[in-house]
Design a protein around this ligand. Structure first.
Ligand code: NAD
Length: 699
């Protein structure tokens, strides 16, 4: 049963019982209305309490029903709330722990509300690209006041019940329980105390005004509009709340519905809901069931205290897991520790980290120069130079010293994980953990599954990723894994665009306008152009047929590696990150173009964006077909969390679905006609061609 029914004297208690968060799915909605009717037709019952079992009152909609017709099947949430409002006997919501989305809307439909302290209260729909759709925008401003309600609705952020109860004049909570433990007993007493009160109070009947109405909403629109470029939902939240202050309740409800439905069908709304599901799907691996036994990871060793080793260590220190760092020389260790300290101290200075926490974290960090000191660690992560010979030495040492059952991980970004695993006598314990720089900040973790990686090792590392708050995505072994393999094609297109007539700034601006955090040339300058230079030199030998623009090589030959050398595609002023176009670079590009006999042409922003984005899509289709990624949504998560793809476009695969795969392939066929581009690359990947022929999408 998804709701329970109990009678305590003259009070009927309806307890939502749909774990994990008492989602308001179809079965739950049916049983709420059934039990409401039962209580109303029992003469012995004088009042009704609705509460939630376990660790939530209700988290709102049932995500299992997301996007399915069941989500809207009658009784839908609006009908359930109407049934509560129309109950002849008073209904008291007893909220605790989590009261969000539809859960809060349900509570707002009750005649009275009593809250336990510590309850997280929110209307988070905006985070899914929506406005609340069951009266939240009309009832919360009436119950709480216009400004605090608008703040909650626009941000989607939870606020603690005890803070809301302190807002002057609020009618959200009629009473605060002394503690969560006494909530039910206090609710029963409260329900008895109001059993005979008539008429029953309804939030819909409360006044809703703002004393500076128009000026306040104008201010709110300016603020919200500035902070939510590309996202329509936050401004619609403002519209809906303004309607609550200006229209009759039922008209406001109709307007909220209209906004909700329009947003539901907007590409941004679809993208945000896609991400919500994709994030959950990423942790599900087709052949590794969720009950796969996991190894116990209580301590970590990190080899190499450089850029990545330090950042990686911080993730575990932040999660309270002790870390031992190993280097070849003491001064490298000292430098690594100093950088970690500097990062934490900057957080302390900004007030983001308490001094005691900083000290607590540092106390979990130890160092060594001897492999023998690592023998007790449950897992080791290698982050030494990117050379197979160095990795070989390190992994042979690790194989010698690590205890049986320890997990041996490598942070390699390009090397063959199967080869690395073969340096040990325990390839089942070896796995790739590809962190992104800065490793203590970037959300993405590519978990690289070798041919022989044990399922329990994979399950353990995925769980550990969650513990250190990463979005972990599984990748098979290939050069560049998911993210960097795709970015290489994107970078190649960037080069061709320069050869054909663009400037770096034009390309960057076009793709930044599309929504990318940074265009390819600013990104190259940030990451270091020398990285791509080294990869290309390898490619010229390995894949002599692959076509590349030579401009990036010419740039590197001038020593313009990017921000770290103060000059790359752009110039940089020390201490600043602003990219300043450089005339010499432009002349270099023009001279190279001339040497190739190319007459520059004007290239539209649309073409720039299509070539860059579709190059990601076509490579991704190969990656999917080869089984390197197990689902298209995993590729989206890699690009959203690791490469600054615009969130409101939902990732390259979701974006391609939105454009229509037929249209994507049509554009690719046009690009293949361009003699200065790479016709071979633009052959649609077989999977993409098949999906188009079958009229399907990546999902
Ligand atoms: P880095 O040069 O900053 O640091 C490497 C550290 O390893 C140095 O401090 C060096 O002293 C130490 N080291 C080298 N050989 C060693 C050995 N045999 N034993 C112990 N310590 C040794 O390099 P990095 O940027 O931190 O990269 C490390 C790894 O992470 C590489 O595999 C790289 O491909 C990968 N990676 C780097 C980035 C990035 O953006 N920098 C991103 C993802 C992955």
């Amino acid at each position: 049963m998804t709701t329970l029914y109990e009678v305590h004297g003259t009070v009927a208690v309806i307890t939502l019982n749909n774990p994990p968060v008492n989602g308001l799915g179809y079965a739950t909605r049916v049983s709420i209305t059934d039990h409401l009717q039962k209580a109303n037709s029992d003469a012995a019952i004088k009042s009704i309490v609705i509460t939630g079992a376990g660790t939530a009152f209700s988290g709102g909609a049932d995500i299992k029903e997301f996007g399915s017709p069941k989500a809207l099947a009658e009784p839908n949430l609006l009908s359930v709330i109407l049934a509560i409002e129309n109950s002849a006997k008073p209904v008291v919501a007893a909220v605790h722990s989590v009261c969000m989305g539809g859960g809060l809307e349900l509570a707002l439909g009750c005649h009275y509300r009593i809250a336990a302290p510590g309850c997280s209260v929110a209307l988070p729909e905006v985070k899914l690209g929506l406005v609340p759709g069951a009266g939240g925008t009309q009832r919360l401003p009436r119950a709480l006041g216009v400004e605090p309600a608008l703040n909650m609705i626009v941000s989607g952020e939870p606020v603690k019940s005890e803070l809301l109860a302190q807002i002057p004049g609020q009618n959200l909570f009629n009473k605060m329980a002394a503690a969560a433990q006494s909530l039910v007993a206090e609710s029963l007493a409260y329900a008895q105390s109001i059993a005979d009160t008539r008429p029953l109070p309804l939030v819909r009947n409360l006044p809703c005004k703002h004393k500076n109405g128009d000026a306040y909403f104008q201010f709110a629109r300016n603020m919200v509009g500035g902070m939510s470029k590309g996202y329509p939902a936050p401004l619609k939240c403002v519209d809906a709340v303004e309607a609550a202050t200006k229209r009759k309740f039922d008209d406001g409800m109709a307007y909220e519905r209209e906004l909700f439905i329009n947003l539901m069908w907007s590409p941004e709304g679809r993208a945000l809901r896609h991400i919500f599901m994709a994030e959950r799907a990423a942790s599900k691996i087709p052949d590794v069931p969720s009950d796969t036994p996991k190894r116990d990871i209580q301590s970590i060793a990190v080899i190499g205290a450089g850029t990545m080793g330090g950042g990686i260590s911080m993730n575990f220190l932040n999660a309270g897991i002790p870390v031992k760092m190993l280097e070849m020389k003491q001064d490298a260790l000292d430098r690594g520790i100093a950088t970690i300290r500097k990062n934490y101290e900057a957080q302390v200075k900004k007030g983001k980290l308490k001094q005691e926490k900083y000290e607590e974290r540092m106390s979990l960090l130890s160092t060594t120069l001897s492999y023998d000191d690592l023998k007790d660690a449950d897992m080791v992560i290698e982050a030494v130079f990117e050379e197979m010979g160095v990795k070989e030495k390190v992994f042979k040492e690790l194989d010698r010293v690590m205890k049986p059952g320890a997990i041996l991980a490598s942070n390699t970004s390009t090397l063959d994980m199967n080869k690395i695993a073969a340096f040990t006598k325990r390839p089942q314990d070896v796995i790739g953990t590809h962190f992104f720089s800065p490793a203590n900040i970037m959300k993405l973790l590519e978990v690289v599954r070798g041919e022989k990686t044990g399922k329990d090792v994979l399950a353990t590392v995925m769980a550990l990723g969650k513990k250190i708050k990463k979005t972990s995505v599984v990748s098979g072994v290939c050069d560049g894994f998911i993210g960097n393999r795709m970015i290489e094609q994107y970078g190649r297109q960037g080069g061709f665009l320069l050869d054909e007539g663009c400037t770096p700034a034009q390309v960057d601006k076009a793709i930044e306008k599309f929504g990318f955090a940074m265009g390819p040339f600013r990104m190259g300058d940030l990451a270091g152009n020398d990285i791509g230079f080294a990869i290309r030199k390898r490619r010229y030998v390995e894949k002599p047929d692959m076509k590349y623009s030579k401009t990036a090589d010419l740039l590197c030959e001038k020593g313009r590696f990017g921000q770290k050398t103060g000059a790359g595609w752009y110039d940089y002023v020390p201490g600043k990150r602003d990219a300043i176009p450089n005339a010499e670079v432009i002349s270099m590009i023009e001279a190279h173009r001339k040497s190739l006999g190319i007459t520059p042409r004007k290239i539209s922003d649309e073409e720039i964006v299509q070539r860059l984005v579709y190059s990601l899509v076509n490579e991704a289709a190969h990656i999917l077909e080869e089984g390197i990624a197990s689902k298209a949504s995993d590729i989206d998560m890699v690009y959203l969390m690791g490469y600054g793809f615009p969130i409101y476009r939902g990732g390259p695969m979701n974006y391609a679905n939105e454009v229509g795969l037929f249209n994507v392939v049509q554009a690719m066929n046009r690009f293949a006609q361009n003699p200065l581009d790479d016709a071979k690359f633009w052959q649609p990947a077989p999977l993409l061609a098949r999906l188009v022929a079958e009229g399907k999408t990546f999902s």
